[in-house]
Design a protein around this ligand. Structure first.
Ligand code: C5P
Length: 224
C-alpha cells in the first residue's frame, strides 16, 4: 500500500468551546499527532509568573517564548486560570507569536500530518490545512463548562467570576491586532452550545466524510 498523504486538521475557537476535546478525539481516531497550541502560550505565561516577571512586559515575554522548552508543556500548572490569563496577555504580542510560529509549523509538517487546536491554527499556522473546523458556543455555556471543570478538579470556583474571565479573554483574543481569534474563510463552523462531546465528534466526522477522508457508515479506519 502506498503511504497515506499527510492530513492536517485545524480546530480553532474560544476558551471552553470544546476544541481541545475534539482535537484529541480526532487525533486518536485518525492516528495523527496532536498539538494543543494553547499550552505553548500558557507555557510562556507560566515561565514568566514562575520567574516573578510581568507577563505584560514584551521584552521579558519574547525572551520567555524564545527560551520555551517543549518538555515543559506537560506541566500541570498550565491548566490554571492564572496561566490562561497570562497566556492571553503574551499571545497579543507580535514578537511572542513570531517566536512560537516555527515550532508549530514544524509540528504540522510531520510525515503523517497533525491535528492542531488553538485560535489561529487555520488562519496563520496552517493556512493550507485540508480540514479547518471552528467551534463556537455562548459565553454562558462555556463559562458553565469551565466552572464544572474547575470544581471537578477540586478548585474553588464562582460561576460569575468564570464568566467575567471568559468574556475578558474572548475580548483580548478577538480584538488583538495580530492573529485575532476568527474563523478562516474556508473553516466549517460548529456551534457546540447544545452538543455534547460525542455529538461534536460526529459533526466533525460528517465534514471528513464529505471530503472522502473518513469512511461512510459506522466508525472504521479512515481512508485518508
Ligand atoms: O486554548 P487555551 O485556553 O489553552 O489558550 C490560552 C490562551 O492562549 C488563549 O486565550 C489565547 O490568548 C492564546 N492562544 C493564542 N493562539 C493559539 C492558542 C492559544 O493566542 N493558537
Amino acid at each position: 500500500m502506498p503511504p497515506k498523504p499527510p492530513l492536517v486538521i485545524t480546530v480553532d475557537g474560544p476558551a471552553a468551546s470544546g476544541k481541545g476535546t475534539l482535537a484529541r478525539t480526532l487525533a486518536a481516531e485518525l492516528g495523527l499527532p496532536h498539538l494543543d497550541t494553547g499550552r505553548i502560550y500558557r507555557g510562556v505565561g507560566v515561565a514568566l509568573l514562575a520567574a516573578g516577571q510581568d507577563p505584560s512586559d514584551p521584552a521579558a515575554a519574547e525572551a520567555a517564548a524564545l527560551a520555551l522548552d517543549p518538555a515543559a508543556l506537560g506541566d500541570p500548572a498550565l491548566a490554571s486560570e492564572a496561566a490562561a490569563r497570562a497566556a492571553s496577555v503574551v499571545a497579543a504580542m507580535p514578537r511572542v507569536r513570531a517566536a512560537l510560529l516555527a515550532f508549530q509549523r514544524r509540528f504540522a509538517a510531520g510525515p503523517r500530518g497533525a491535528v492542531l487546536d488553538g485560535r489561529d491554527t487555520g488562519t496563520v499556522i496552517c493556512p493550507e490545512a485540508k480540514v479547518k473546523l471552528f467551534l463556537t458556543a455562548t459565553a454562558e455555556e462555556r463559562a458553565r463548562r469551565r466552572h464544572d471543570e474547575l470544581r471537578g478538579r477540586g478548585e474553588a470556583s464562582i460561576y460569575a467570576d468564570v464568566l467575567v474571565e471568559i468574556i475578558a479573554r474572548d475580548r483580548r483574543d478577538r480584538t488583538r491586532a495580530v492573529a485575532p481569534l476568527e474563523p478562516a474563510s474556508d473553516a466549517v463552523v460548529i456551534d457546540t452550545t447544545r452538543l455534547d462531546a460525542a455529538a461534536v465528534f460526529e459533526a466533525a466526522l460528517v465534514v471528513l466524510r464529505a471530503r472522502g477522508l473518513y469512511p461512510a457508515g459506522p466508525r472504521g479506519s479512515p481512508v485518508a
